[in-house]
Write a protein that binds this ligand. Structure first.
Ligand code: F6R
Length: 587
């Protein structure tokens, strides 16, 4: 959801800004731009499209600058709407949404000020100019006091050519010290070279000048603790893989192994163990892929621990006045830990008295500041916009939690230990999807079906396919097909059926027969070879057996591969699907 970067120091700013923006591109790639201060003025270079479009920008001379890579919210992706935005003495980049920008803009226009872009962000530059009476930090404070919504801001003022100002509310912002200067960025890898890093909290400001970073809160100057430094593996590299998505799929076995938790064996989980003992009801709140992991968790928790679970999309939870009973545990699941709806839903659950456990892949993310407890999936950084390994890691952790909860109720639980090795086997089988993907190419739409735990896999398979292949697709409970969607199945319609629940196999096969009878082509993903051999099955992928409740962690892998190869076959970039971004920090 937009990435911002800033540098002030002894070296040329432009190459550093461009490198940082490249590393932030997963947050949006509708337009990119940088501004560098030199010879008493700002030089700005901005273009529609990716950072690679900023040809010539590296030649801008000057040791202080800011940059932006955009995911468009207000105003089309265009050069005119690209950041940095400037007015008067100020130039800035912004990540977030200014909800009240229209009345503020009208106020500025009433003063005769002209706007260049259609963005919400430009109004901030106008307000800065209006409130500036010689003290830039005060002008920033007065400006942000007028803003409703979210922002991570980097500001430069013509009167203070080597100073960077930063402010944050509900959008992530990190500042750091490197050997040769000071940095700010939306995310750590963009400034991985820093030897000291600090995460700004909501309502905080930073001033970067010379060798010093000064922090300010509402009451004045504050001291801040440094964050953990980045290791080299945190810096995104594709290595020998053509795309991050493929690389990240190959990291699934490790992501699972690293995210399994044995709650009883580790003293640091004693607080969570106490919470689990008191848990009578669970609410899972999440968005997109993370929401699908919540559905799989519901099946596992209810079956293993017999504790009722409600799974709600966070954007619905936050606005529906949810009922939070005594003994409610809210699990807020978010790979990025920055999804605006999930953060708001977690805050609401906490306010209403639930104990909130955040499940995230991002240490120091905003969700860790909200939750009572945090559990980290250890998938490693995920760069491809389409989530893959982080989903498998969420399942590993949620299934671990399900077994821990079951144990507190004195119930037997199956082992999770075989899963990483089994995932390795599935990755090899999933390569067959390269040959199967062309079947989807001419399709008007593609359907995914499954029952029980396989329903979650169907939903996730469908989401993956739409987001990177742009083919219309839906995921359904297999039993629902005949209640309407069957009308859409005709000659050649691809239907991907997931079948790993032995007790439900005959039932799911009924749906397969119904599809076949109408000319549909069924691709079966199953661990039951006897069904793969049926004449009604057009192509099949065979999975190894595992505990049925945990099967989505394996069965999703071929579906991730199907989406990847279909995306490639359609000439798309699977890592950077159109209109999407990795971290959805806006409503
Ligand atoms: C799909 C995808 C999104 C995210 C969703 C939530 O591949 O990545 O649907 O799952 O935006 O993001 P997090 O988990 O960061 O809260």
């Amino acid at each position: 959801m937009c990435g911002i970067i800033g540098y002030t120091g002894k070296e040329q700013a432009a190459p550093k800004l461009l490198l940082g923006l490249k590393r932030l591109e997963y947050r949006g790639y509708d337009s990119a731009g940088i501004a560098v201060f030199s010879d008493g003025k700002f030089s700005v270079c901005k273009r529609k499209g990716r950072v690679s479009e900023l040809g010539g920008a590296e030649k801008l001379r000057g040791g202080c600058g800011i940059g932006h890579t955009r995911w468009a919210t207000h105003g089309a992706p265009s050069e005119r709407n690209a950041h940095p935005h400037s007015f008067g003495r100020f130039v800035l980049v912004h990540n977030g949404i200014i909800e009240n920008y229209l009345p503020l803009k009208e106020e500025c226009e009433a003063r005769g000020e002209k706007f260049i872009s259609e963005t919400d962000s430009e109004v901030i530059a106008h307000l800065l100019e209006y409130y500036d009476r010689g003290d830039v930090l005060s002008a920033i404070k007065e400006t942000v006091a007028r803003l409703k919504g979210s922002y991570a801001l980097a500001v430069m003022c013509r009167d203070e050519p080597n100073v960077l100002y930063a402010a944050r509310r509900k959008s992530p912002l990190i500042v750091g010290k490197g050997e040769e200067g000071l940095y700010l960025a939306s995310d750590v890898p963009a400034i991985a070279e820093c030897r000291e890093l600090y995460s700004l909290c909501d309502g905080e400001f930073a001033v970067l000048q010379g060798d010093n970073i000064r922090f300010y809160g509402e009451e004045g100057e504050i001291k801040k603790e440094t964050m953990k430094l980045v290791s080299k593996s945190d810096i995104p590299e594709k290595g020998a893989y053509p795309h991050f998505m493929l690389k990240e799929m190959h990291e699934i076995p490790a992501a699972i192994a690293n995210s399994l938790i044995n709650f009883e064996d580790d003293f640091c989980f004693s607080g969570i163990n106490i919470v689990l003992c008191q848990t009578e009801y669970i609410q899972i709140i999440a968005c997109g892929t993370a929401y699908h992991s919540g559905i799989a968790a519901k099946y596992a928790i209810e079956a293993l621990a017999r504790v009722p679970v409600e799974v709600t999309v966070a954007s619905e939870y936050r606005y529906r006045d949810p009922i939070v009973k005594k003994g409610t545990l809210a699990l807020a699941v978010s790979q990025s830990g920055e999804t605006a709806d999930t953060l708001a839903a977690a805050e609401l659950a906490k306010e209403k008295g639930a104990t909130v456990i955040a499940i995230t892949n991002a240490p120091d993310s905003s969700i860790t500041q909200i939750a009572h407890f945090v559990l980290f999936t250890r998938a490693g950084r995920e760069i491809a916009v389409a989530a893959t390994k982080s989903f498998n890691a969420q399942l590993a952790l949620l299934f671990s939690l399900a077994t821990a909860l079951a144990k507190t109720k004195g119930r037997q639980t199956p082992s999770l230990r075989p899963l990483p090795a089994l995932a390795e086997e599935v990755l090899t089988e999933a390569e067959k999807m390269k040959e199967i993907a062309p079947i989807l190419l001419g399709a008007k739409s593609v359907y995914f079906i499954g029952r029980g735990a396989d329903y979650c896999t169907a939903l996730e398979g469908s989401l993956k396919l739409k987001e990177i292949s742009y083919l219309p697709s839906e995921g359904y409970p297999a039993g629902e097909l005949k209640h309407g969607t069957l009308a859409l199945i005709d000659e050649g319609t691809p239907v991907i059926a997931v079948l790993t629940q032995e007790g439900l196999a005959e039932k799911t096969m009924n749906a397969v027969f119904e599809v076949y009878a109408r000319g549909g082509r069924v691709i079966l993903v199953t661990n039951l070879p006897e069904y793969a051999a049926r004449k009604e099955v057009y192509r099949s992928i065979l999975l190894p057996k595992c505990e049925e409740l945990f099967s989505p962690i394996l069965s999703v892998i071929p579906l991730q591969a199907l989406a990847y190869y279909t995306s490639l076959a359609r000439g798309n970039d699977p890592d950077k699907p159109r209109n999407l971004a990795k971290s959805v920090t806006v409503e």
